[in-house]
Design a protein around this ligand. Structure first.
Ligand SMILES: C[S@@+](CC[C@H](N)C(=O)[O-])C[C@H]1O[C@@H](n2cnc3c(N)ncnc32)[C@H](O)[C@@H]1O
Length: 224
């Protein structure tokens, strides 16, 4: 069993403080939405975002989209061996059912996530494919301490993922990948039982790291 947690993912609705900015209002109007109900997107709201703290890393729903597309379509997921979670910068956790068929197009994905933030579950609460709840990263990770938590970080000891997973001797693995393109984790991991490793001396993109973990897991678990 492989669990992937995209952590501190830069996905959120437009904060109230910039909901009246012309760049935000114009874009929301074009989509027939309230400014405060749309996803913050660095591509669209760049000029408005300069007034936000940590503005240079925020507004990246595209990273979540790429992560989920890759994970949900993987062999590991199709074999029932993958669990996918997204923890957001505002301490929400999105649980994603393995059966979710995610929109391939980015605009439709944003519409789906906006509906999730609004209704807390999609398509409905009775049989949700996506659900969101308030939860910090340490609280989430405490559930998986016995399942070998690995935080992937640049500039740590470089490990070959295949050997690393085999060496743990575990059947269950939990990998934490940063859901941001700039900066470092804000979380203090010191009270969480975990290991930090790098998989290369290169700074890699979220989707590259995600695919490396999934494929190595599929190989050691003989899932092909
Ligand atoms: C684009 S990086 C974020 C960049 C950021 N400067 C940092 O230091 O993490 C996104 C995530 O990919 C993972 N990552 C990127 N390069 C990595 C590497 N060489 N080894 C392990 N994980 C890596 C980490 O989980 C990181 O948080």
């Amino acid at each position: 069993m492989l669990r992937l947690i995209l952590a501190e993912a830069e996905i959120e609705r437009v904060p109230e403080s910039i909901a009246g900015h012309p760049a935000v209002v114009k874009n929301a109007k074009k989509r027939g939405k309230r400014p405060g109900s749309v996803l913050l997107d660095a591509n669209l709201h760049h000029s408005a975002m300069r007034n936000l703290t940590h503005w240079e890393r925020r507004g990246r729903p595209d990273l979540v989209h790429a992560f989920l597309l890759l994970a949900l379509d993987s062999i590991a997921n199709q074999r029932g061996e993958l669990e996918v979670l997204v923890h957001t910068r505002n301490d929400e956790v999105i649980r994603v059912s393995p059966e979710t068929r995610l929109p391939k197009g980015y605009n439709r994905f944003c519409g789906l996530m906006e509906s999730l933030f609004q209704n807390r579950a999609v398509p409905d609460r009775e049989s949700p494919l996506l659900e969101i709840e308030e939860m910090g990263l340490p609280e989430l990770l405490k559930n998986y301490e016995s399942a070998g938590i690995t935080v992937l970080r640049p500039e740590r000891e470089i490990r070959n993922l295949n050997e690393y997973m085999r060496d743990t001797g575990l059947r269950e693995h939990t990998f934490v990948i940063g859901g941001f393109a700039v900066g470092d984790f804000q979380t203090d991991f010191s009270h969480i039982c975990h290991t930090e490793i790098s998989i290369s001396d290169l700074l890699l993109k979220v989707w590259t790291v995600t695919s490396e973990v999934i494929v190595n897991y599929e190989i050691i678990s003989d899932l092909h």
